[in-house]
Design a protein around this ligand. Structure first.
Ligand SMILES: *Cc1c(COP(=O)(O)O)cnc(C)c1O
Length: 475
């Protein structure tokens, strides 16, 4: 399989090449040249497969530059009950006798769905770096979920170091404890005096220094990484097959959305032939996606206009993976995509409404919706009352919006993107009690914390990275 950029015809190489690179040289995102499909019979044959074997069948057509046995080994190591705490890996639970289901994606090491893809990255990075005799120093900024998922995925991995910036004192106590309690020679937590945007600006500043970037093998694990999208497509298949519906019968999905990575993975599954009817992108008060699906106009918001909400992992003003979706809506036309993102870069709205591409959006199955803080609290309370099940505020957003699109007799699968233990304060506000947390996180706030304070200054950050790498500490 060859990969191309959403903004130009130039080939980006094969899977291992796009795995280790960020944006394409033209600023676009990597996409496979074509999307292979499964027939209904082929889908049926996938039903009995355990998770790692299912993942192999789904991912293999896109990853054909590794020996199949190596990929199989990586997938078995990644999707193991010891890591995800069940045989099913991503169990599907019906809510009472309704047509509503929860797809549990958050039983991994950091208690959020990002583990499902990030754990795979950890294993495949190690393999590909070894084969190519390369090193990777991941530099990232986090406001919570991405950082902990990345660190838990990379700990102990050869040839990989993580330098993770976080805004000092601004994450939840639990999130801080989750990250800072790690004490591993290849993980560096850097608490920046500033806000999340300052952390992101520092990452950009380092990446803008091409010499430094090349000299120190600086890379990223952000949500535009193609391998993350691909790994996420697998659980849509897993959930659909677990329903045991007659061949060809539709199911709907509702996905708490921020950067559009998770819901785009669902769209990929649909394009591969999975009978998904509706695919609902559920947003919070930061509703650029909802606005697009209502009006056909995509208008990104500057960071200063992004609201701080009780579902913080969805607080975005632009949805980085949305470019992949519009590229497909344009019939894989890189020139059209380039024109659209030229507008985005200049702060202008992208108007798809009134063009032939809008017809494609209408038949894509994609829908949008939004929730407010009050909606999420009410949903957490209602799901707890009716089904005795506590959900986190992001999942509540998915349930709230999913219910609005529910069709009689059609399963609506809501993706559980985090466990309530991760967002205790909001859950307590909703139901007046503290959600349980897995045993391994008991008392984590009291654990010793390992982090380095860093001023909001790119040169200091570069000096820190250089010194750690020269010290030969890592890899
Ligand atoms: C990252 C995240 C999301 C948003 O996922 P995207 O792929 O960015 O759309 C939703 N919920 C939680 C808990 C997350 O961590």
């Amino acid at each position: 399989m060859k990969y191309v950029s959403t903004r130009g015809a130039a080939t980006l190489g094969r899977f291992s090449d796009v795995l280790l690179s960020g944006l394409a040289p033209d600023g676009g995102l990597a996409m496979p040249e074509f999307i292979p499909t499964f027939t209904p019979d082929e889908l049926e044959a996938l039903r009995p497969l355990p998770y790692p074997e299912l993942a192999l069948r789904i991912m293999r057509p896109f990853i054909d530059d590794l020996p199949e046995e190596a990929l199989r080994r990586l997938l078995h190591a990644t999707y193991h009950p010891d890591v995800f705490h069940s045989e099913a890996i991503t169990p599907l639970t019906r809510l009472g006798r309704t047509d509503l289901y929860l797809l549990e994606l958050s039983n991994g090491p950091s208690l959020a769905f990002k583990d499902v893809a990030m754990q795979f990255l950890g294993h495949i990075f190690e393999y590909v770096l070894e084969t190519r005799d390369q090193h990777l120093n991941i530099l990232g900024a986090t406001s919570g979920d991405t950082g902990s998922a990345a660190e838990y995925a990379m700990l102990g991995k050869a040839r990989v170091n993580v330098f993770m910036l976080s805004p000092h004192g601004r994450m939840s106590a639990f999130q801080q404890a989750q990250m800072y309690s790690l004490h591993e020679p290849n993980i560096f937590n850097l608490a920046v005096s500033g806000v999340f945007d300052d952390c992101q600006d520092l990452v950009k500043a380092v990446n803008a220094d091409a010499d430094f970037k090349a000299r120190y093998d600086i890379g990223a694990v952000n949500s535009i990484n193609w391998a993350r999208v691909l790994a996420q497509a697998v659980y849509y298949f897993k959930a659909y097959l677990a329903l045991n519906l007659p061949a060809g019968t539709e199911a709907d999905f509702s996905v708490p959305s921020g950067n559009f990575g998770n819901v785009f993975a669902g769209f990929l599954a649909r394009r591969m032939g999975l009978p998904i009817g509706q695919l609902v992108a559920a947003s919070n008060e930061n509703d650029v996606l909802h606005e697009f699906f209502q009006t056909g106009v995509y208008h990104v918001r500057p960071a200063a206009r992004v609201a701080v909400t009780s579902s913080p992992s969805m607080d975005i003003g632009k949805a980085s993976n949305f470019e992949r979706f519009l590229y497909l809506m344009a019939g894989q036309d890189p020139e059209q995509t380039h024109t659209w993102w030229q507008a985005v870069a200049e702060g202008r709205p992208v108007t798809v409404h009134g063009t032939s591409h809008w017809d494609a959006v209408q038949t894509s199955g994609l829908r949008g919706g939004r929730s407010t803080h009050a909606d999420r609290l009410a949903t957490i309370r209602r799901v707890d009352d009716a089904f005795g099940r506590l959900i986190d505020p992001h999942t509540a957003d998915g349930v709230f919006v999913g219910e609005q699109y529910a069709r009689p007799g059609v399963p609506m699968i809501c993706l559980e993107t985090a466990l309530p233990a991760k967002f205790e304060d909001t859950v307590r506000e909703a139901v007046g009690r503290t959600p349980e947390r897995p045993d391994r996180f008991h008392g984590i706030e009291q654990a010793e914390r390992f982090y380095q304070l860093l001023p909001n200054d790119a040169e200091t950050l570069k000096a820190f990275i250089a010194q750690k790498l020269r010290a030969g500490q890592p890899a």
